[in-house]
Design a binder for this molecule. Structure first.
Ligand code: ZN
Length: 498
């Protein structure tokens, strides 16, 4: 085989994988937005066939031979092709180590688990979910051995979401944050709370939709390449760097929910739309890791979206969309309301400060579940105990407790820490950005283009061309969670007069 011929085959393989992923995404998008209610079965059949075909295509020995051939000649490859080969070899080795029958069994299990979890959550019935969760944990421990038998199982799973991440590192990371956040929370608890009741006045969906359009404009999202839809849980879905979709959910009694969902998902979308053209339709397209992705969404959501200059910039216009609801509210009051700190039960509704504590609870539990130190039956009790310990709240039921998130039902163990890592990466990116450019002058005028340009240059453009740790280094320098803790302390000291 000639090298050119092999490279052509490599491109063809990746285009086919892209086509499968695009078909998958289109069905998912349809199913969660416009499809009639009772039509999941047919999409399930199609998705099953697609998954089988994709597995066959990728795991055939011919693919292995092609990747080995290219790897042997890696010194003759340019950076793009070398990285593609490296990434695909990693995925190939991983996929082919999992016995086909276990792979299929697991696919069926996660499919069932999602349904069982939905019912268990609705009825706040952990016992219903328990047997499925036990199987999911057992599978993940086994798969961790296939991924990397030299690593502790939970480390092998963490590596799937943030390459190189370990329990040893995260233990230190989370304890740094806990030592700084918990005293801050106690100090805030002694202070008077701002009034945020106006956020929960009646906000009609139609006005909120127009407000979303405005927010997308402020974010600089080109509507020719990014649309917004409505789903139960907001998400971002990327086909390629010219076609990204975000979704939100409108709560007529809480305008904050959709506002910050749009800004958060908009941050994910900015990342995907900012990735360079020459990695499209390859395995290097798309954001590099969950942690880096969350660093971008949470950057726009919190560091910009909950900053005073940003609120002051958009508030006059915001009031035009909601003249009755906000007529007696000032920008300052709005700023304080969207930054109100209140320990609560639900992660997705948590404020910027307590959010990491929610993540820590999940991290502790996952670590012990996969490490074998905690039995599934003891999850609710441990969950409730940790919520009391970290957040000081009593969990009234499992619906608002350990059944609230979908991650475990989808087989994701090791995902949660990415959220906290992303927040911390973002704070350090902001510090470096402030050194490089005038961030707040333009933001105060509602102009996010310098911020976006900086992020595009340091983070977005690369897609998967660099390793996650190298992207972090590029934008953060030497990563240090104390920078995030400093940011939180300074922000809330001002807000609450500490
Ligand atoms: Zn996100």
């Amino acid at each position: 085989m000639e090298l050119n011929e092999a490279l052509a085959k490599l491109a063809e393989l990746q285009k086919k994988l892209y086509a499968y992923a695009a078909a998958d995404s289109a069905l998912y998008l349809d199913g969660t937005t416009v499809a009639p209610k009772d039509t999941a079965e047919g999409r399930g059949v199609a998705l099953g066939v697609l998954a089988g075909e994709r597995h066959k295509l990728f795991s055939t020995p011919k693919t292995g031979e092609l990747l080995d051939y290219l790897w042997a000649r890696r010194n003759e490859l340019d950076q793009l092709h070398r990285r593609q080969t490296e990434e695909l070899r990693r995925s190939y080795a991983q996929l082919t180590r999992i016995p086909a029958e276990e792979y299929m069994e697991y696919a069926m299990l996660t499919n069932e688990a999602s349904d069982v979890w939905h019912r268990a959550k609705e009825n706040s019935d952990f016992e219903l979910f328990r047997p499925v969760l036990e199987k999911l944990v057992a599978f993940n421990i086994k798969f961790a051995g296939y991924y990397d038998s030299a690593k502790a199982p939970y480390d092998a799973l963490l590596n799937e979401y943030e390459r190189g991440m370990t329990m040893e590192y995260l233990d230190g990371f989370f304890s740094t944050l806990r030592e700084r956040i918990v005293p801050l929370l106690h100090a805030i608890g002694k202070k008077e709370q701002p009034d945020d009741s106006f956020l929960r006045r009646h906000y009609p969906v139609e006005a909120q939709r127009k407000f979303s359009d405005y927010l997308m404009e402020v974010l600089g999202l080109d509507r020719a390449h990014c649309t917004i839809g409505e789903t139960e849980h907001p998400y971002t879905l990327n086909f390629n760097n010219k076609d990204v979709r975000i979704t939100t959910r409108y709560d007529e009694d809480n305008m904050n929910f959709s506002m910050y969902s749009v800004i958060h998902e908009g941050g994910h979308a900015k990342y995907e739309l900012g990735i360079r053209d020459d990695v499209q339709y390859t395995c290097l397209a798309g954001g590099v890791s969950m942690g880096v992705h969350e660093s971008q969404s949470r950057f726009y959501e919190n560091l910009i979206g909950r900053s005073k200059p940003f609120i002051e910039a958009i508030f006059p216009k915001t009031r035009e969309f909601f003249p009755e609801q906000l007529s007696d509210v000032t920008a300052e009051q709005f700023y304080r309301a969207v930054n109100k700190v209140q320990p609560s039960l639900i992660r997705t509704e948590a404020d910027e400060l307590t959010y990491c504590l929610h993540v820590m609870v999940r991290y502790e539990i996952e670590k012990q579940l996969i490490g074998g130190a905690l039995a599934v039956k003891d999850v609710p009790e441990t969950w409730n105990r940790l919520y009391k310990e970290y957040l000081g709240v009593d969990v009234p039921n499992d619906k608002q407790g350990c059944l609230q998130d979908s991650h475990w039902s989808g087989g994701s163990f090791g995902y949660f820490p990415s959220y906290a890592l992303g927040s911390a990466y973002g704070a350090q990116m902001l510090k470096n950005m402030e050194r490089d450019i005038d961030v707040w002058g333009p933001v105060a005028r509602g102009d996010l283009s310098p911020v976006s340009a900086w992020l595009k240059e340091k983070v977005h453009q690369y897609g998967g061309l660099l390793e996650p740790a190298d992207v972090v280094k590029n934008a953060c320098g030497q990563f240090d969670p104390a920078v995030f803790a400093d940011y939180l302390e300074q922000k809330y000291a001002k807000l609450y007069n500490l």
